[in-house]
Design a protein. Sequence first.
Length: 291
Amino acid sequence: MAFVTQHQIQKFREDGFLVLERFFTAEECDSMRSQIQRIVAEMEVPPHCRTEFSTKEEEQLQAQGSSDYFLTSGDKIRFFFEKGVLDKRGNFLIPKEKSISKIGHALHAYDPVFKQITHSSKVQELGRKLGLERPVVVQSMYIFKQPGIGGEVTPHQDATFLHTEPLGRILGFWIALEDATQENGCLWFIPGSHTSGITRRMVRAASGTSTCVEFVGSERAYDDSQFIPLPINKGGLILIHGEVVHKSEQNSSESSRHVFTFHVMEAKDTSWSKENWLQPTPELPFPSLYT
């Protein structure tokens, strides 16, 4: 494992992100990829659950908000699809393994391979180096970024979706299972943008409304020139501060950009918002990162 220096941790505090190349081995990446192939091969998608994943606010509200499938996925392994891959009847227009946008949000809890990676000794050691005292895992996702159709993810802060009091308690671990390049949709960041709070939140809507979630506040306007790309090789890890602004472009290439990502919260002296779409359940309280 790449040993993390104090200098790198200092850089993370300044930039709001940190690239650690070769954090995971090629074998570890391949084990996650083959496990996800097995999961997809066994996937049965009830037609009413064929929610397309979208990053545009209205579509997000429409697709996810009116859908319990998304809202109750925090303690399950569920499937979300790219736009345009289903016909009006909800049948696949392309092979199902090419149609998935992401699988979330509890791979870390219920799948042995992803659980082992999430709680691996090097991740725990990194948590300790970062000074996390009581980190818990709140969610995980496998993101496919399919060739040609993997949609853009507009500029956002993770704390918009995973809100804590105080802020600054959410940390993303983003693992490249294939090389992530500018062509296939690597992440872009605004360095230092994690220091001015958040202006938008996605919250659970009042019961009886047509959507299950709604956005409060609005996203700031960002200038494209502020973003820097972070291409990273297979096995690399990007640490993402909960308030740093980041995005990814559509995948216009012929190659996919598979990623396993999970979010950790420092639970010490922190309250998790009751308004977050994601809530711990009796079946799955947020598990401790340290085992």
